[in-house]
Design a protein around this ligand. Structure first.
Ligand code: BTN
Length: 234
């Protein structure tokens, strides 16, 4: 049984996980009803008022080769849990979950490293559950309630974690290969034109594949690019 910590309010579940990583066991789940300083990718804020599901899973794996793929596993797990609620959710590489063309879940994974060694990973996940009129941060957002789906956060969290732990050990052993088939089945961008932003650079091209390592394979005017990190913007 994993340890579960619940708070009415935190600054950020990721910040808490990183700050207390040394005293918390592997696989601790930290959840909060609200966050006062919720963080998203690329230094964006993550709106964290009442009604959203905010949690971090603290991991201390012995093997760290495939850590970047753990975030993709979490995205897949959220997608599967939403499908069980009959929400037609899908994945936008690398780890956004969308429904009705809008973002319903975002994931920010952060490492705690010391002397070049990774001590812990916090996989922070935010799912829009019962908020209305979500602020647009980067792209349009939607909540389950706005899609006409009512669920309680605890049941949803349990379903997400069930899917996550089911594939976690296989992922640590085999990497993205362990989840590539179900991931690609929920990734509707193959063959589509897209733009991928990474820092100041934007690459335009056609999505060819998600590689066995979980990278995005993009055919551009200059040839095929293997993209390790970025934001699909089209
Ligand atoms: C994104 O930009 O898409 C990632 C959003 C991640 C938000 C979650 S909410 C729980 C955890 N705590 C944070 O401060 N951020 C993550």
């Amino acid at each position: 049984m994993e340890r579960y910590l619940h708070f009415d309010e935190l600054d950020s579940t990721n910040t808490y996980a990183k700050k207390h990583h040394a005293s918390l066991p592997d696989k601790t789940v930290i959840a909060a009803d609200t966050q006062t300083a919720g963080r998203g990718r690329c230094d964006r804020k993550w709106c964290s008022g009442k009604g959203g599901l905010y949690f971090s899973v603290l991991l201390k794996p012995h093997k760290t080769d495939f850590l970047s793929n753990v975030t993709q596993l979490m995205a897949l797990s959220v997608c599967r849990a939403l499908e069980d609620l009959r929400v037609p959710a899908y994945l936008k590489w690398p780890n956004d979950v969308l429904a009705d063309g809008k973002k319903i879940c975002g994931i920010l994974s952060e490492t705690v490293a010391f002397g070049g060694r990774i001590d812990a990973l916090a996989v922070g996940t935010g799912v829009n559950v019962s908020q209305d009129g979500l602020e647009r941060v980067g792209q349009p957002a939607v909540s389950l309630r706005e899609l006409g789906v009512l669920t309680d956060k605890e049941t949803l969290l349990a379903a997400i974690l069930d899917y996550f732990w089911r594939d976690y050990d296989a992922l640590l052993q085999r990497g993205f290969e362990a989840i590539r088939t179900p991931y690609k089945a929920r990734f509707p961008y193959l063959g589509k034109q897209t733009a991928v932003k990474n820092g100041g650079q934007t690459l335009f091209g056609t999505v060819q594949d998600v590689s066995p390592g979980g990278t995005l394979v993009l055919r551009t005017a200059k040839g095929t690019e293997n993209i390790y990190i970025g934001d699909m913007t089209l």
